[in-house]
Write a protein that binds this ligand. Structure first.
Ligand SMILES: Nc1nc2c(c(=O)[nH]1)N[C@@H](CN(C=O)c1ccc(C(=O)N[C@@H](CCC(=O)O)C(=O)O)cc1)CN2
Length: 279
């Protein structure tokens, strides 16, 4: 039976610190502002945006969703990024990924003001994360590391298999795990015999967006299984791991919902507050 890695417990510890910071700012008549830039209707991004607005508002941070249609032009998206960069009431900007395919993600990322770039998408911030020089990695990888830290799971010398190579999750997470001395294998859609690799892993991180990608035959008994996936199936939110089947085999496992996602939202609010100093 696996230990359930409860993201809500991890989030609670951060929420208390965030609230104290927000209250201290309120005493100076300052309200932190977070802008969520959503282009199109990606299901995971919609869930994420809804959750973020609820969480931020409850903590006293003003969150706005700026929603553009899926066919918005690059000029329209860049104009909105510039507007948010210049808005003194906005301290953090989170463009939801993926952007629709006709938009150049690199150009949108490069247009962000680096000090408002909540998910380290700007090339300057991404480079600092890759070289281990910034503590402001993208929010989902930071959430994974916060869960490991909270449950005192030491990855040093362990084999971590990260499935997914996105700029916002897989790649930066590989850098953070390397920074903690894990031996990291990054897998992706062209990886041959994924199961042979995951069966060698002490830690498996699934970040692909495919329900039931990780089944019980892919997990070594006792392994730590971290599920980053957020998928909508018949109106329910499920991860990338077949939770019920893997639970009896894993040593520890994150649920969905209530695992990585629950911590990721808190990391976004923390990152929006960073211009006011550490919590
Ligand atoms: N700029 C980014 N955009 C997107 C990212 C990202 O990391 N950066 N990832 C996905 C969204 N995502 C994580 O990968 C994500 C989705 C949902 C949640 C969340 O709040 N989950 C909660 C609640 C779920 C529910 O309502 O039932 C939970 O899991 O408990 C967090 C992150 C797409 N876009």
């Amino acid at each position: 039976m696996a230990l359930i890695l409860d993201g809500k417990a991890v989030a609670a510890a951060y929420k208390a610190k965030i609230k104290a910071k927000v209250d201290a700012l309120a005493a100076q008549n300052i309200t932190c502002g977070l802008a969520i830039l959503l282009v199109g209707n990606d299901a995971a991004s919609r869930i994420y945006a809804d959750r973020l607005v609820k969480l931020a508002t409850g903590l006293g941070v003003q969150a706005v969703v700026r929603h553009l249609p899926a066919d918005a032009t690059e000029e329209e998206v860049l104009a909105l990024v510039c507007e948010l960069n210049e808005d003194d009431h906005i301290h953090g900007i989170l463009p939801m990924m993926p952007l629709p395919p006709h938009l150049a993600t690199d150009r949108v990322a490069a247009a962000l003001a680096p000090d408002k770039d909540v998910d380290a998408l700007h090339p300057l911030n991404a480079g600092l994360v890759a070289t281990g020089k910034s503590r402001w990695a993208p929010c989902t990888p930071r959430a994974v590391m916060a869960i490991l830290d909270y449950y005192q799971i030491d990855v040093s010398g362990k084999h971590a298999v990260v499935i997914g190579r996105s700029n916002v999750v897989g790649k930066p997470l590989a850098h953070l795990l390397l920074g903690q001395n894990a031996t990291v294998t990054v897998c992706h859609s062209k990886t041959r015999d994924l199961a042979a690799l995951t069966r060698q892993a002490d830690v498996i991180v699934a970040a692909v967006g495919r329900p039931a990608l990780i089944g019980p035959d892919m997990v070594r008994p006792g392994a730590v299984v971290i599920d980053v996936g957020i998928n909508e199936v018949n109106g329910a939110v499920v991860g990338d791991v077949d939770y019920d089947a893997v639970f009896p085999i894993a040593g520890a496992i994150t649920p969905v919902p209530g695992g990585v996602g629950a911590v990721t939202t808190v990391m976004v609010v923390e990152a929006a507050l960073r211009s006011f100093g550490d919590l």
